[in-house]
Design a protein around this ligand. Structure first.
Ligand code: NAP
Length: 250
């Protein structure tokens, strides 16, 4: 199977780990595709392309032109459009597609999670349930922050890899431009330092950003958890070991 062409739809730690594992194992000519949202992405082995394909048609044209043999969708669990486009384009061309689907977090005894569909619902819950002046830790992407501008009585600490546009920021908002992994000690300290009374998170799953959930449990504060979007039904594995298995099968 030497030289077969694989496209990894990237943007996650799993995507980078898969590209590294395949660079060592050989046998696949790998291209990783990045959306281009992160200004200084970590270096990756193999070819890297950046930017949208131009919807389903653009992706299908790319897959044909580049003679891609298989696709691994290793995008973030919330990257629903890219995953849907990959499913449709691969089905159209008859290309094998596998998604790496990191298991979602599930609440543990002692957790107080509020299940919401999106950032707008999270902001509504905060506005209706927290006292004026309460501090909220937002662990979200820069494009999900604008709805919290409606919570004028609350203070926010936003932890995000990239800073949002200034006009999207709530009035009282401290910006922490940090990238995981985060430790339990660090999360405890962050909650204590800012007097955090609630956390807003997306159910990303994985270890790198899970410590905040344990820290919230200890501090007995609610976690407003944005549930995952529905993704198309596609063959899926939980981790890169599963993806490597799939890639050695005929
Ligand atoms: P999305 O809503 O599913 O994608 C929007 C559009 O961005 C897609 O239609 C596609 O444009 C382009 N795109 C997305 N991922 C791409 C990729 N890997 N390569 C080339 N184009 C891509 O996704 P998103 O939420 O904007 O996420 C963008 C990227 O950030 C993904 O790679 C994802 O893994 C990563 N990420 C997302 C989150 C999150 O919470 N959403 C968190 C961490 C990392 P075209 O239609 O023009 O092809």
């Amino acid at each position: 199977m030497a030289g077969r062409r694989l496209l990894i739809l990237g943007g996650t730690g799993e995507a980078a780990a898969l590209a590294r594992a395949l660079a060592e194992a050989g046998g696949w000519d790998v291209t990783t595709s990045l959306a281009g949202r992160t200004r200084a992405p970590a270096a990756l082995p193999g070819a890297v392309r950046t930017g949208g394909f131009g919807g389903i048609d653009g992706l299908a044209a790319y897959l044909r032109a580049e003679r891609i043999d298989r696709v691994v969708d290793a995008t973030h669990p919330f990257a629903a459009t890219m995953s849907a486009n990959a499913a449709t384009a691969c089905a159209r061309l008859g290309l094998p597609l596998l998604r790496i689907e990191r298991p979602a977090w599930v609440p543990e005894p002692g957790d107080r999670w509020i299940d919401v569909a999106d950032a707008g619902e999270a902001a509504d819950w905060l506005a209706g349930n927290l006292p004026a002046g309460a501090a909220v830790l937002l662990t979200l992407g820069r494009q999900e922050v604008a709805p919290f501008r409606a919570c004028a009585a609350l203070r926010f600490v936003l932890r995000s890899i990239e800073p949002p546009a200034p006009e999207d920021l709530p009035t009282e908002c401290l910006l922490l431009s940090e990238r995981g992994p985060f430790t339990l000690d660090g999360e405890r300290a962050l909650i204590a330092r800012h007097g955090i009374g609630a956390i807003v998170a997306k159910n990303a799953g994985g270890e790198a950003t899970a410590a905040k959930l344990a820290a919230a449990r200890e501090a007995v504060i609610p976690v407003v958890m944005i549930r995952r979007p529905t993704l198309p039904t596609t063959s899926a594995v939980a981790d890169i070991a599963g993806a490597l298995d799939w890639l050695v099968r005929d």
